[in-house]
Design a protein around this ligand. Structure first.
Ligand code: NAD
Length: 469
């Protein structure tokens, strides 16, 4: 078991180009990460390509066993990884945060190992015989954002390795150390060359996505970057799974128990301090329960402490970076300027250290205010009043993104009807954002394409080959 200091030292760069990494809660420098060159990216791709044949030749059972050993390694180093993640990303230890994220890495590694291989017989009768085989693609480029730096990396790495591919991973330049530490821990059990990481900015991501030796790109990040990757993929017809931005809507029907749903509504929106792709980002509440739902949400919000991640009592932390803080600040200001009601929050202590933005709930807001129609990706939830369900559905569906959505009702049939009318990759009923390693996850519209998790996720990192005859 490695200590925090040991793990940090192992991923800290001492020579070549480096970047300073700061704790978003305090501003203190926690370390220096390497900034690799494009030549280093090319070398990593070459190494991964060279390792691909021998990795693909290992039996599926042996690869699955190695993923279990990788999960054991994550668990053995969990404390150090949790501390590094909390310091670098800002997320608290407790609540759906750092300990939860490291635990999820082990869960998803084991799930990728245990999911039945998707190979299957298509037909075998008098008309003919055909089987479907899911073969390795080769080298997978895995590119991640800064909000869930470990869990999202595992979502890309684990199925790719299981299906016999080698991987070059690039963490976000905002959270490089966590990503590098994770790969280092996984590599204590994996054969050499099978999994590598490169650390640096978007130029390195662009190098990966334009390489003729990369057969598949797994990308999670903004829609704007996703569009660049689509362009880059055109030249070599590189396969893509794109998990892009979202602005998830939730619709609360009149028959809810406001007090009972308030905690789940809150965590649906404020998980990871709102910095979650599939968080509830705009809430539409029926007029008959509107005041009560807002009051219960605000009452619950006041019970959830925000502060420095490493202090055990906190469950909400800072924004990870100034760019995101400025986005949240601008959007809340647009709500204030429009005359919306700030039920709580909305007045950050600008002189205090760290990128803390207080938990903010905004009511009586115009449905087209920027805080509603732009992705805030932070701790500020707009609550829109509606009286006509059809109108609420038009508002929920009118944006160009569609990652997740939710319906809140005590009548399951009614909720199912509404779910069928929502344009998103997932609709949750009486919850928002819950993920399961066997349930496929992915976006509709400009939130991306391709599914992750379960059998669908394994198929997405393989070449589907029909053997006929
Ligand atoms: P981003 O797009 O700025 O960066 C993501 C990654 O892409 C980083 O590693 C970055 O270095 C890299 N990159 C930048 N330019 C590139 C290029 N031209 N080619 C290849 N790679 C490039 O996103 P972000 O700000 O880190 O993440 C926040 C966004 O991600 C939000 O919009 C959020 O909704 C979305 N997100 C989506 C999901 C999902 O599952 N759908 C999950 C988490 C975050």
């Amino acid at each position: 078991m490695q200590t925090y200091d040991g793990l940090l030292a192992a991923v800290t760069a001492h020579e070549g180009q480096t970047q300073e990494v700061r704790d978003p809660a305090t501003g203190a420098v926690i370390g220096h990460a390497p900034v690799h060159s494009v030549e280093a990216v090319d070398r990593a791709i070459e190494t991964a390509a060279a390792a691909a044949a021998s990795w693909a030749a290992i039996s599926d059972a042996d690869r699955a066993a190695l993923l279990h050993r990788a999960a054991d390694a994550v668990e053995a180093h969990a404390d150090a990884l949790v501390e590094l993640l909390s310091r670098e990303q800002g997320k608290p230890l407790n609540g759906p945060n750092a300990r939860f994220e490291v635990g999820a890495c082990a869960v998803w590694l084991r799930a990728a190992a245990d999911t039945p291989h998707p190979n299957h017989e298509i037909i075998n009768d008098e008309s003919g015989r055909a089987t479907m085989h899911y073969r390795p693609i080769g080298v997978v480029a895995a590119i991640t954002p800064w909000n869930w730096p470990l869990m999202i990396a595992i979502w890309q790495i684990a199925p790719s390795l299981r299906m016999g591919n080698t991987v070059v991973q690039k963490p976000s330049e905002y959270t490089p150390l966590s990503g590098l530490a994770l790969v280092r821990i996984l590599n204590t059990v994996l054969p050499e060359g099978v999994l590598q990481s490169v650390s640096g900015g978007g130029d390195l991501g662009a190098r990966l996505t334009s390489s003729p030796k990369v057969g598949k790109i797994m990308f999670t990040g903004s829609t704007a970057t996703g569009k660049k990757i689509i362009e880059a993929s055109a030249e070599h017809v590189t396969r893509l799974t794109l998990e892009l931005g979202g602005n998830d809507a939730g619709i609360v029907l009149p028959d809810v128990d406001a007090k009972a749903i308030a905690p789940d509504l809150f965590w649906g929106a404020f998980i990871n301090t709102g910095q979650t792709c599939a968080a509830l980002k705009r809430l539409y509440v029926h007029d008959s329960v509107y005041d009560e739902v807002v009051a219960e949400l605000v009452a619950f919000a006041r019970t959830v402490p925000m502060g420095v991640g490493l202090e055990e009592q906190n469950e909400l932390g800072p924004l990870q970076n100034k760019m995101q803080y400025d986005i949240v600040d601008r959007l809340v200001q647009s709500a204030i300027d429009s005359g919306a009601t700030i039920e709580c929050g909305g007045n950050p202590e600008r002189e205090a250290p760290g990128f803390f933005y207080p938990t903010t709930i905004v009511s009586n807001i115009d449905p087209h205010n920027p805080l509603v129609v732009e992705e805030q990706f932070g701790p500020a939830l707009p609550v829109v009043r509606f009286s006509d369900l059809d109108e609420a559905l038009v508002l929920a569906n009118e944006l160009e993104v569609g990652l997740g959505a939710s319906v809140w009702s005590s009548d399951r049939e009614k909720a199912l009807d509404v779910a069928a009318r929502m344009e998103s990759g997932t609709v949750w009923i009486n919850g928002h954002g819950g993920l399961h390693p066997m349930i496929p996850f992915g976006g509709a519209k400009q939130s991306g394409y391709g599914k992750e998790f379960g059998a669908e996720g394994l198929k997405a990192v393989a070449v589907a080959q029909v053997v006929s005859g």
